[in-house]
Ligand binder design. Structure first.
Ligand code: ZN
Length: 201
């Protein structure tokens, strides 16, 4: 299973060496285990080749050779675009921009943008519930999240509230990176994001 980690490679190496990264299955410390295959990450007109670190857990999987890929929080699982690009498309859609316009403005194929928006819409209730839970865990005083005009906007409102709560608790970080971390990278996967997310609290 992939684990979302800091985009700072040096920090990831230091955390791995210090046993600070937790196995998603048993919560034991992860150890370095080579690298995963290269994968592209697009942002704007640029494409970067990531070579994510791979790790193993002696507690539950080491003996069977089970490994976990450590993906930087600039990514979402199974998507080749930077999380910031994907989140901006979802926000634009909620604000009323057409898919064709988003696709043209971001320089992404219409099918790619449609895939993001459909996946978000399919998982929208789990996203709203998951981020609402995060908001109350990270900031118990944050109060109820006000209903917006649509389930799509409700989910974005919950995401915004959870991101503000995370910043309040842990300090400044790019909002999109927090979206990746709080969803365990699974924002656009048909899954319960809370099961995938980092254990902060
Ligand atoms: Zn384990």
């Amino acid at each position: 299973m992939a684990v979302i980690v800091d985009a700072d490679r040096d920090k990831v190496e230091a955390d791995l060496a210090a046993g600070l990264l937790a196995c998603p299955d048993c919560k034991g410390p992860l150890s370095p285990w080579g690298h995963a295959r290269r994968r592209p990450l697009r942002r704007g007109g640029e494409e970067e080749q990531l070579r994510p670190r791979r790790s193993t857990c002696a507690g539950c999987g080491g003996a069977r050779g089970r490994t976990h890929v450590l993906l930087p929080d600039s990514c979402l699982l199974r998507r080749r675009d930077h999380v910031e690009v994907i989140v901006s498309a979802i926000q634009a859609k909620a604000a009323g921009e057409s898919r064709a316009s988003i696709s043209g403005r971001l320089g992404r194929h219409g099918d790619t943008v449609r895939g993001w928006l459909r996946a978000f819409a399919r998982n929208v209730e789990a996203i709203r519930a998951g981020f609402t839970r995060w908001a109350s865990v990270l900031d118990p005083l944050c109060g109820p999240i006000r209903p917006a005009s649509s389930v799509f906007s409700d989910a974005l409102e919950a995401i915004g509230t959870a991101v503000r709560a995370a910043v309040l608790r842990f300090g400044p970080a790019p909002a999109s990176s927090l979206v990746s971390r709080l969803s365990g990278g699974a924002l656009l996967c048909n899954t319960n994001i809370l099961c995938r997310a980092v254990r902060w609290a």
